[in-house]
Design a protein around this ligand. Structure first.
Ligand code: G4P
Length: 524
């Protein structure tokens, strides 16, 4: 590999923003893209979210509902870095894709609403990041509004998420009295809503504002200094090693909407965020990003991005080497070799043809049905597979049938293909073999229904059976089918493994009380 390509790889930072809906992920993404000059109009990302974006050619359902169905990828340059942001859909479009996107990043930025603290969806996404041990950077947003006490939020991070935290900066006041942030990392105070030239104020050797300043007379300033003293004495020390392994999260305060603290966050983030990381194969071999051979894995397949062409795009995270358009690669699973001529790179709202990309980047490949989620593609002669992507425990279930029984063949074919693609999870009841579908988010069902109709010409009937707690069984041979009941339904998954679908936590505990020989486990 040439030193130039090595440098390009070292300059990559690939991350996802995780948050609960409405915490400010879209606003933050927009500001970051804006800094990078990737968008001229800081309303572009928002417009796509709210459906006002006229030129988008996302799938029909997306347009109808004005939401982004599957994660998109945005790339921009800042200083000497090339940054890839992978969008993790929230709201009703939360799905397995959201989780899988986290398999393709090297770090995550967690946005927390200062008034709401850690919310349900943040916890779920955080857990997936935590399992991978990737660094997590926290941005506490909306400081221009009144919210929880900063110390309370720090405690919440540690208690609810179980992660050590280190405040990189600290708010001075909040809401209407938000004066700025005390930047511990850069030894300065950044003033809110102030002319650019007065924005940064230096600190003296005692950690207070140098010289005279009206801010010094406020109780908010005194309070912030008291808090900082407390953090210095009783808080965690900054530990870069812990940050690298996801054991400690650096915490930043700011306001994305007013663009306050975002640039400081970005610059500090870039200083500590990881370069593209090595990855293990299923034979435990570690593949280095700077190795000569190109390789990558598919973490998402998006169908019908362009309804006119009915094409699919397979999203590839490049793990090693360099991609060049027209290069020949092999799909490890099948051994089939082909030329990659149609490749796409993502820049905010545009899709551009990509000529060259390196480890850390995400490219989209035109897919006519050859790829599956989790597939590895390699540029060299030696074939290998990256570790399997995890399967996630679904929470929502429907019983599904074809409206027209004559269509049963198409129905099963469609289901199997969509299951294989990772769009939805498949279960069947014992004996009657009714089809039950499981999903992480409601939208997966809607996409399923839409695609069955449009791609397989089958209209389906879906009967919701609600939220369930799905648990697999460690000691399958001890399971008796008589253990199945309406509140603890026993089904089989697509690999024929037994799975219990419990009505709720209480039903699960009751079951375990009665059957204490059964050991249950959940997927991620
Ligand atoms: P999401 O992608 O995480 O769902 O959140 P999004 O950025 O869409 O932000 C959700 C709402 O919070 C938006 O208001 C947005 O303007 C607001 N918001 C984001 N960051 C800040 C902030 O720093 N301060 C304040 N005060 N508000 C913030 P909305 O009313 O839902 O939408 P809009 O009418 O403003 O577009």
């Amino acid at each position: 590999m040439t030193p130039k390509v090595q440098d390009q790889i070292q300059a990559r930072r690939t991350f996802a923003i995780i948050s609960h809906p409405d915490a400010g992920k879209t606003t933050m993404t927009e500001k970051l893209l804006f800094f990078g000059g990737a968008i001229r109009d800081a309303g572009t990302v928002k417009a796509r979210k709210t459906g006002k974006f006229a030129t988008s050619d996302w799938m029909e359902i997306e347009k109808q509902r004005g939401i982004s169905v599957t994660s998109s990828v945005m790339q921009f340059d800042y200083d000497d870095f090339r940054i890839n942001i992978l969008d993790t859909p929230g709201h009703q479009d939360f799905s397995e894709d959201t989780y899988r996107t986290l398999m393709a990043v090297d770090s995550a930025v967690m946005i927390v609403d200062v008034a709401k603290g850690i919310e349900a969806q943040t916890i779920k996404l955080f857990k997936v990041c935590r399992l991978r041990g990737i660094p997590i950077f926290t941005f506490i947003n909306k400081l221009d509004r009144q919210g929880k006490e900063p110390l309370e939020l720090m405690a919440e991070l540690e208690e609810v998420l179980g992660i050590e935290s280190y405040a990189m900066n600290w708010p001075i006041g909040m809401g209407k009295e938000f004066l700025g942030i005390y930047d511990r990392h850069n030894n300065r105070i950044e003033q809110f809503r102030t002319e650019e030239k007065d924005r940064f104020l230096p600190l003296d050797e005692n950690g207070g504002l140098a010289g005279e300043h009206s801010m010094k007379q406020t109780s908010y300033y005194t309070q912030a200094l008291d808090d900082i003293l407390l953090l210095n004495e009783a808080g965690n020390d900054f530990d870069h090693e812990k940050v690298k392994t996801g054991k400690m999260t650096p915490v930043f305060f700011g306001s994305a909407l007013t663009n306050f603290g975002v640039q400081t966050f970005l610059e500090t983030y870039l200083q500590f965020a990881p370069t593209p990381q090595p990855r293990k194969t299923d034979a435990e071999e570690v593949i280095n990003p700077v190795s000569d051979e190109f390789s990558g894995f598919i973490f998402k397949i998006q169908a019908n991005m362009n309804p006119a062409h009915r094409d699919r795009i397979a999203f590839v995270r490049i793990v090693s080497g360099k991609f060049e358009r027209g290069m020949t690669v092999t799909l490890s699973r099948t051994g089939k070799t082909f030329k990659l001529t149609q490749s796409t790179q993502f820049l905010a709202d545009d899709r551009e043809t990509v000529e060259v990309a390196v480890a850390g980047d995400i490219i989209g490949l035109h897919d006519t049905g050859s790829y599956q989620i989790g597939d590895t593609i390699v540029g060299g002669k030696r074939l290998f597979n990256y570790e399997k992507l995890p399967q996630f425990t679904p929470e929502l279930f429907v019983r599904v049938t074809a409206k027209n029984v004559m269509k049963s063949k198409h129905f099963h074919k469609g289901i199997m293909q969509l299951v294989q693609e990772g769009a939805i999870q498949y279960y069947k009841t014992l004996h009657t073999e009714d089809v039950i579908l499981g999903a992480v988010g409601q939208l997966q069902f809607e996409v399923f229904e839409y695609r069955m109709k449009n791609e397989y010409n089958v209209e389906v009937r879906m009967e919701p059976i609600g939220n369930k707690i799905a648990r697999w069984i460690q000691n399958e041979s001890d399971v008796k089918e008589s253990m199945s009941s309406p509140r603890s339904m026993l089904v089989r998954d697509r690999y024929d493994r037994y799975v219990f679908l419990f009505e709720n936590d209480f039903a699960m505990r009751w079951f375990l009380d009665k059957n204490n020989n059964i050991e249950l486990y959940s997927l991620l």
